[in-house]
Design a protein around this ligand. Structure first.
Ligand SMILES: N[C@@H](CCC(=O)N[C@@H](CS)C(=O)NCC(=O)O)C(=O)O
Length: 223
């Protein structure tokens, strides 16, 4: 089966991009990645990204946006599926992906926000959501058991953020959630998850975490 020409427009640090990249790698799909910088967006980017966000997948030059929409599209144009076959199970998977979107969003707030109050608020929401997720995790090593799925692709980039910041954060996000910790460990050992990041990920991350305008960045400096 011949596939369209695929190019993923990305930022080096973006976890949403990594979801799409994981799906491309899991399904062994030929593709290109073009990295652009969030602080120097090229003019053409505004023509292809209605929300001015990455990822955007160029499909024979035609733009498709929203990470999980991209993942589902990639899944559908290739053999096999990273979604359960049963419609209800598939809907449940989509619901937990949506649940993960909020935790990922709050994870960004945790590191980016300027003030202590919203940092603490984000932390309490994240821990609360982790408790709920822990109660609802029914399988291992992955969300649906032995088979890797799009729910795994959706959460893995967030787990990477917690892995690389575990010695910097003033709390252990997995302290009361051993099942999530084991899920994260299984995902972080998976080749697609290891390979989905830009070569300069750690350098870019360092710059992001130590921003003087973020509460988290300032808290690092005074430690
Ligand atoms: N819901 C979007 C979120 C994507 C997103 O927030 N991307 C960030 C980078 S990690 C972005 O492009 N931010 C630019 C901005 O908000 O202006 C998706 O899942 O694709």
């Amino acid at each position: 089966m011949s596939l369209p020409r695929l190019k993923l427009i990305s930022f080096p640090l973006c976890p949403y991009v990594q979801r799409s990249r994981i799906t491309l790698l899991e399904k062994n799909i030929e593709h290109e990645v073009e990295y652009i910088r969030p602080d120097a967006l090229p003019d053409w980017f505004f023509d292809i990204s209605p929300l001015e966000k990455v990822p955007v997948l160029l499909v024979d030059e035609q733009p498709l946006f929203e990470s999980m929409v991209i993942c589902e599209y990639l899944d559908e144009i290739t053999p096999g599926s990273l979604h359960p076959e049963d419609p209800f199970e598939r809907a449940i998977n989509r619901a937990w992906i949506e649940f993960g979107n909020e935790i990922l969003d709050k994870t960004f707030t945790l590191f980016k926000t300027e003030d202590e109050k919203s940092h603490k608020h984000a932390k309490s929401i994240i821990l609360d959501r982790f408790d709920i997720l822990e109660e609802n995790l029914q399988h291992s090593p992955y969300f649906n058991g032995e088979s890797f799925s799009l729910v795994d692709a959706a959460y893995a980039p967030m787990f990477r953020f917690y892995e690389v910041t575990k010695d910097l954060l003033h709390f252990d996000v997995y302290e009361d959630t051993p099942k999530i910790r084991a899920w994260a460990d299984a995902l972080l050992a998976r080749p697609s998850v290891i390979q989905c990041v830009h070569a300069d990920f750690m350098d870019n991350l360092k710059g992001f975490l130590t921003r003087p305008d973020s509460f988290f960045g300032r808290s690092l400096k005074t430690d």
